[in-house]
Design a protein around this ligand. Structure first.
Ligand SMILES: Cc1ncc(COP(=O)(O)O)c(C=O)c1O
Length: 373
């Protein structure tokens, strides 16, 4: 069997451990999953109501043009529908954009410790990933990324991915940094700049800006959003893209006609308009983060203040061992070895009782696993 070397060497994305698997493996009935930055409140109630009503016509294919959802997106986000597209999670958007813009051996540029999907989609589409080290504080080094792009024409970099805020670090690029970066790499014909803003709605930093503000200023700029986080629809698989009309047109040619199923379209349409739920989700996130910060400080564990719905912290120990001991206590956090972090874990905000259980278990485990010297 001949398989292309890029695919053979591809390291797959490692999702959070499912609750059912953890229950089975550890013989536990109660397991809390705080590993995948999901919305602990469940799906938007308005979305659930709409989905129940839509169940009776699931014998029919979904609307391949995504008409209703695009209309609502257009109203909510203020872009014409020809600049909007949706995919089967932002995962699909990331993958197809790589396929569309990269020829074999072309380069995809991002940061070290950026969201891992860019690194998976590049080789899957025969492209080559290039990563620039982070700046101090685990932040995207946008000036260094721009410098790398200009210094390496031989890499034929066609895509630059910036996750803002970034997962797993929770750090963000400021408005000033984003503007300076776009002035350098914006409006070029040879590269597309993609801002992945999956956590945009959770940001509290006053100097953050969504790159959607600059969509009409730079013809090579794309912004990605997801319904998996604030809208609580991760299981439905739905991501959205704001882009130049030409990009949307090409994307719609390449994507599968029924890439987003009917229930996902219906759910997202209702969730977009569920303002009460969005606000409640933000409050839950911020309250949970503040609780984690306080408790991590009490436990003496360094953490990075986060603009997402999760926090990355340093266990000061072998994180694999800490994680294993947490799993035995029914707490699923996210190990970050695949990002090169050996002592850190990522903890997603849950409901109050889940957050408390996670911290209680962590405090116990810290006594069990020795500090690395
Ligand atoms: C930065 C970032 N982008 C995209 C995604 C993927 O979202 P989706 O569920 O829409 O594929 C995630 C999910 O964790 C993420 O952290």
């Amino acid at each position: 069997m001949k398989i292309s070397p890029e695919i053979l060497n591809l390291v797959p994305y490692k999702p959070g451990k499912p609750i059912s698997e953890t229950q089975r493996e550890y013989g536990l009935s109660t397991v809390y999953k705080l590993a995948s930055n999901e919305n602990p409140l469940g799906p938007s109630p308005k979305a659930m109501e709409a989905v129940k009503k839509a169940l009776d016509h699931q014998n029919l294919y979904p609307d391949p043009s995504h008409y209703d959802l695009l209309q609502t997106l257009s109203q909510e986000w203020g872009f014409p529908t020809k600049q909007l597209a949706i995919g089967n999670g932002s995962d699909e958007l990331i993958d197809l954009l790589t396929r569309i813009f990269c020829e074999p051996k072309d380069g995809v540029l991002t940061s070290v410790a950026a969201f891992n999907a860019y690194e998976v989609s590049a080789p899957a589409n025969r492209a080559v990933i290039h990563k620039v080290p982070m700046a101090e504080g685990f932040r995207f080094d946008l000036p260094a990324i721009a410098d790398y792009f200009f210094a390496h024409p031989e890499h034929k970099i066609r895509l630059i991915f910036v996750s803002n805020p970034n997962n797993p670090t929770g750090t963000y690029a400021t408005k000033q940094e984003v503007e300076t970066f776009l002035e350098k790499v914006g409006n070029r014909d040879d590269v597309i700049v993609i801002f992945d803003e999956a956590y945009n709605e959770f940001v509290r930093a006053s100097d953050y800006v969504s790159a959607q503000k600059y969509i009409n200023k730079y013809k090579n700029l794309i912004v990605l959003r997801t319904f998996s986080k604030i809208y609580g629809l991760a299981g439905f698989r739905l991501g959205a893209m704001i882009a130049p009309a030409e990009v949307v047109e090409v994307f719609n040619r390449v994507r599968k006609p029924f890439n987003v199923n009917d229930l996902a379209q219906v759910a997202a349409n209702a969730a977009l308009q569920d303002k009460e739920f969005i606000e409640r989700s933000q409050q839950t996130c911020w309250k949970g983060l503040d609780y984690f910060y306080k408790k991590l400080e009490e436990l003496g564990l360094p953490y990075i203040p986060s603009q997402g719905n999760f926090v990355m912290f340093d266990t000061l120990r072998d994180a694999t061992k800490v994680n294993e001991a947490l799993l035995r206590r029914g707490i699923i956090m996210r190990p970050l070895l695949n990002y090169g972090f050996k002592t850190q874990l990522r903890l997603s905000v849950g409901l109050d009782h889940e957050n408390e259980a996670a911290i209680k278990a962590l405090a116990e485990v810290l006594k069990e696993v020795p500090v690395l010297t």
